[in-house]
Design a protein around this ligand. Structure first.
Ligand SMILES: [Zn+2]
Length: 295
């Protein structure tokens, strides 16, 4: 059992210095969701194409050339967990569209996942914790058909202990202090009793992708703006200037208020470190949903 979990949570990826590559992990999550909901991991290319394309668009890094669901659909075979109903070359979409083709977990993996009802959730937890910050992990799970309550419910325990880099336990407090316990974007500074409420320390470069717990890699943000930063709606044009993705839309005045942040200058108190260019560049390349609104 633990061997199967290990295989599904340590997929072979082109892991270059902090570049995100969630293609295979998102395919596995999608198939786990399908398995939990239907009892089988078998999915047609047509269905994977549509749903994984959407997941990569929503939660993957912005990449020229589009989401490319054909990459993981063919390449997951090399991890010995996935098989296709007929042989096709890696990475090419043409042969997939020529005639119907389905993919599924190999029998050994499928039987282990179906014989232990908690196993799909343990695997899902291992994957989602490796790939995404907590602000958006639940959104990813819901989109793949997995209930976050089950995935994160106590007692199941994380499937894998990801290679541990020590978090600095004082970093959130230091970030909040540096930004006067108020959102760097909108100024929200709610308190409940003596403590900040809904003001959080946000990494510019995600911790899981090499972002350090340093003062030049963090901003104090309200819960809303933290989430929008992690989803790529908001970004930084330079260390002092907020930008909004043109991919964002909203109908009500309250929702459209996000647009007002475009071009807004950060005004930290004297001595507070602004995010470094290096971390801003990572966020722009790996998270921000380009393009920005026209200035
Ligand atoms: Zn805010």
């Amino acid at each position: 059992m633990s061997d199967v979990i290990e295989r599904l949570t340590s997929l072979r990826q082109h892991q270059e210095d902090g570049r995100r590559s969630p293609h295979k992990p998102l395919l596995v999550l999608l198939v786990l969701g399908h398995l939990v909901n239907t009892g089988t991991s078998q999915m047609s290319w047509e269905e994977v194409d549509g749903r994984l394309g959407f997941l990569l668009q929503e939660f993957g890094p912005p990449r020229k050339g589009g989401p490319k669901p054909e990459y993981p659909f063919t390449r997951l075979r090399s991890d010995m967990v996935w098989e296709l109903s007929r042989d096709v070359p890696d990475d090419r979409v043409g042969p997939l569209n020529e005639e119907p083709i389905t993919g599924r977990f190999v029998p050994e993996v499928e039987s282990l996942l179906t014989s232990d009802p908690s196993a799909p959730y343990r695997v899902a937890r291992g994957i989602v914790e490796q790939q995404f910050p907590m602000t958006i992990a639940s959104d990813v799970l819901i989109a793949t058909g997995l209930d976050p309550e089950f995935v994160f419910s106590e007692g199941l325990g994380a499937a894998v202990s990801a290679p541990e880099r020590r978090r600095s336990s004082s970093w959130p407090r230091e970030i909040l202090q540096a930004w006067d316990r108020s959102c760097a974007f909108c100024g929200f500074d709610g308190h409940l009793g003596g403590a900040s409420v809904a003001v959080e320390a946000a990494h510019v470069r995600w911790f899981k992708f090499g972002g350090p717990d340093e003062l030049d890699n963090g901003l104090a943000l309200c819960s809303l703006h933290h989430k929008l930063l992690d989803r790529g709606v908001l970004g930084l044009r330079d260390p002092e200037t907020v930008m909004v993705s043109e991919a964002f839309s909203a109908r009500t005045d309250e929702g459209r208020r996000i647009y007002d942040l475009h071009g807004k200058r950060l005004t930290p108190r004297p001595g507070t470190a602004l995010p470094s260019q290096e971390h801003i560049r990572w966020h722009l390349e790996e998270v921000f949903k380009a393009e920005a609104l026209a200035s």
